[in-house]
Design a protein around this ligand. Sequence first.
Ligand SMILES: [Zn+2]
Length: 288
Amino acid sequence: MASGSGRFGFWIPVSPIIALIAAGLPMMAALASPAEAARRSRWQPRTAPVVQPVPLPMPRPPEAPPAATAVPSPPAPAASPVAPAPPAPAPKPEEAAPPAGAATAACLDRLRELGVRFTPAPVPAPASGTCAIATPVRLESLDLGAAQMLDLPDRPLVDCPFAETLALFARDLLAPLARSQFETRLTRLGTGPGFECRPRNRVAGARISAHGQGRAIDIAWLGLADSRRIVIERPADEAQRRFIAAIRRAACGWFTTVLGPGSNAAHADHLHFDREPRGRNGESRLCE
Ligand SMILES: [Zn+2]
């Protein structure tokens, strides 16, 4: 059936294209510069009507006087707004200074609103020039909602924005998933120290790990209210294996880097989550 109408099939799509090209020719001629239009007119009589607009400049000269009078008036009002402009830029840079402290305070406020228990921590000594935390906080527990808290016995030291992401991840994913999978509450989380000034994968000479900016956490185990413990390196059964696989996959929605057993030898016994900026907008992902 389709092959039978093949010969005519060419004409159906082609004819509209020809129509478009035909319609586009006058448009292209109209867009051409006067010089080019004039050049075309020597050997393309069809473009002659397009050149006709040339006489238009003729009537304009008489209108020039009113146009000239209109020109000076716009500059005058334009000059008046320019006057207040100089003082405006001056205060702007002064206002730019506070945002750094304001951002810090705002983040700490958001952390409190999330019910996170923490203590603002001193900035770690600069063991290396490339390791630093902008707003260090030492986490004690995260609020899972419904008056349930998630204890962090390792008391990790992280940057405030990272703590915010971790709190949301625990409340919105870890807790409900653990309850649905094991029919009990998630109560404890093994996170490691958080901040650690070291190269990636502990390889000498490599870039500083996201741990060096307090933007990473290493989940080694999760504790349930019935005293069961889910160890990332050694899941006890299929249910635990599915749970670990689920949180590892879903974590990619909260963090920019997700690594774990199978990624490499350095991550054989824990899930590494970090918020290292990736890509042009900082939100690209590396999830393995
Ligand atoms: Zn890590």
